[in-house]
Design a protein around this ligand. Structure first.
Ligand code: SF4
Length: 233
């Protein structure tokens, strides 16, 4: 069960996960309590505050377990709602982040290295491979992804297109990742969550899935027509 705290000026409640009861939470002690954790203009400030929170990992875990906070509320556990939804999809796919390791990677020398990789436009998977190959650090891709988010960055899920590849994102999504999109659709995930997971726009996912579903229907109709002609012959 999730308790609530009054949202200033609205009377609405912000869910607070029971595991997060420490009085040292920055979201309770910043000079403008709570507001930064709701208002989009201030979300960067809230995310920075979360990074020094003693219950960061517990807070993120609790917010992932509370459906409501994924859709209705602002910053929790240092992540935006979109990032938390992406993480939920990762978990549906069986990829659970090691939050303690992610916290280490988001600090000091590891944070510095991840930032350098971010500037080069690396995917999360490329960052993971680099950490393992060059520094003998073993961390899952989703753990690296959370660390990057906690650093305030955003890496890439899909590889950067070849410079000679003139295709736009929806076309690349459909042609190169259609199988994954259909798999996620088949898991009853919302299109906005799939978009959050892939870090693309929701309308791009909508467009691709509409095209893919139409192609599948047409292929099925063609197969039935061929079978009918065969039976009639
Ligand atoms: S991680 Fe952020 S949202 Fe969660 S309790 Fe700490 S300061 Fe508040």
């Amino acid at each position: 069960m999730t308790s609530t705290a009054a949202r200033p000026g609205t009377g609405m409640g912000r869910p607070i996960a029971p595991a997060v009861s420490s009085g040292d939470r920055p979201c309770k002690t910043v000079s403008k309590p709570f507001e930064a954790f709701y208002e989009s203009a201030d979300q960067l400030r809230a995310r920075v505050a979360c990074r020094r929170c003693p219950v960061l990992t517990d807070c993120l875990r609790a917010s992932l377990d509370a459906d409501e906070s994924l859709y209705a509320w602002g910053i929790f556990g240092g992540l935006t709602p979109e990032q938390r939804r992406a993480l939920r999809v990762e978990e549906v796919l069986g990829n659970v982040a090691d939050l303690a390791v992610a916290r280490i990677l988001a600090r000091g020398q590891w944070g510095y290295r991840l930032r350098a990789m971010l500037e080069l436009g690396r995917t999360y998977e490329e960052m993971r491979t680099c950490l393992e190959r060059e520094f003998r650090v073993k961390a899952s891709t989703v753990t690296v992804r959370v660390a990057v988010w906690w650093l305030g960055g955003s890496g890439r899920v899909l590889p950067r297109p070849d410079t000679a590849d003139g295709r736009r994102v929806p076309q690349r999504l459909r042609e190169d990742h259609g199988e994954l999109l259909l798999k996620l659709q088949g898991m009853d995930l919302r299109q906005r969550d799939i978009a959050a997971y892939l870090e693309v726009q929701e309308r791009q996912v909508q467009y691709c899935l509409a095209r893919l579903n139409r192609e599948i229907r047409q292929a099925a109709q063609t197969a039935v027509a061929v079978q009918t002609v065969g039976l009639a012959a």
